[in-house]
Design a protein around this ligand. Structure first.
Ligand code: PMP
Length: 307
């Protein structure tokens, strides 16, 4: 996806023109991977553009920062207001919003505690990350030879840029092999997640997803799906799956802010189930209705950006 400049990026408390939102090449976080970020989406609703589950994203942002001892020099309220204002200013109802906090220019050498923390929020237009196939027939996935880092090395529950080096290795391998997406196993050989998505499995009408302890980011879309399952009386468990349980699933899908709910039609060249996705399709419809404000039960998840 190439970026098309929008009017503004929020940087350090001010809205600056897109082309002026720059950092120095000696920015500490660029060298040592010390940046935490979020991915949020705005959707068009009858109340105008609205951000989906904004408080949960802001909370995760601060939690990621806490793990890395980063003091974000703005409050949750300030970042909430800035995100809303950004969507208003950029005038896109449907956009992807990316807050990032990073160790800034000023001190080199590893110790991040000597660096100031910079914060920015950008937004752009971003169609479903895995393309239209995710919503329709499903994507082709392959189990990666790369293993997910675990919480003793790089804590996966903190959304730190450094984690995405692991994700990028898996993504590149999948794409180079002719697949759409990777599925990454953890240090115990159990299914963890995709490079930028959580994963769900359906077997005999039971929905399951790997537990938080499996080396995953606790996805907000994952939580959304879990709440849908509860509300729909779909039987649900958090449990570990082996690689071969992926092959013998009736349905598989990814969940994530960028990807939405994306069906997986093949894993390692094995067709998933019989190609029918009754539960994933139902969840996709619920998600689509919730994010667009068409289901009053889930309106609580929307933050309209209008003043
Ligand atoms: N896992 C990883 C590694 C991710 O990067 C993401 C995207 N943030 C997810 C899962 C899904 O999280 P969410 O539903 O909050 O976007």
């Amino acid at each position: 996806m190439s970026l098309k400049p929008l009017t503004k990026i929020w940087m350090e408390g001010k809205f600056v023109p897109w082309d002026e939102a720059k950092v120095h090449v000696l920015t500490h976080g660029l060298h040592y991977g010390l940046a935490v970020f979020e991915g949020i989406r705005s959707f068009s609703t009858k109340k105008g553009p609205a951000l989906f589950r904004l408080p949960e994203h802001i909370e995760r942002f601060f939690n990621s920062a806490k793990v890395y001892r980063m003091q974000i020099p703005f409050s949750a309220k300030e970042l909430t207001e800035a995100s809303k204002e950004l969507v208003r200013l950029n005038g896109l109802a449907e956009s992807y919003v990316r807050p990032i906090a990073f160790t800034a220019y000023g001190a080199m050498g590893l110790n991040p505690l000597r660096s100031k923390i910079s914060v920015a929020i950008a937004s752009w237009e971003w169609p479903a990350y895995l393309g239209p196939a995710g919503a329709a027939d499903g994507v082709r996935a392959a189990v990666s030879s790369w293993v997910r880092m675990d919480s003793r090395s790089l804590p996966p529950q903190a959304k730190c840029s450094a984690n995405y080096a692991n994700s990028a290795l898996a993504k590149m391998e999948a794409v180079a092999g002719g697949y759409d997406e990777a599925i990454i196993l953890n240090q115990h050989g159990m299914v963890a997640e995709g490079p930028g998505e959580n994963i769900f499995r359906v077997k005999d009408g039971i929905l399951s997803t790997p537990p938080a302890s499996s080396g995953i980011l606790r996805g907000i879309t994952r939580d959304t799906v879990i709440q849908f399952a509860r509300d729909q009386n779909i039987q649900f468990f958090r449990n570990d799956s082996t690689r071969e349980e992926l092959y013998t699933s009736d349905e598989l899908f990814f969940s994530g802010t960028a990807a939405g709910i994306a069906k997986i039609r093949e894993v390692d060249d094995r067709k998933v189930g019989n190609g029918e996705y009754p539960i994933a399709s139902k969840l996709q419809t619920l998600y689509d209705d919730a994010v667009h404000g068409r289901n009053s039960h889930y309106e609580k998840w929307l933050t309209p950006v209008s003043a």
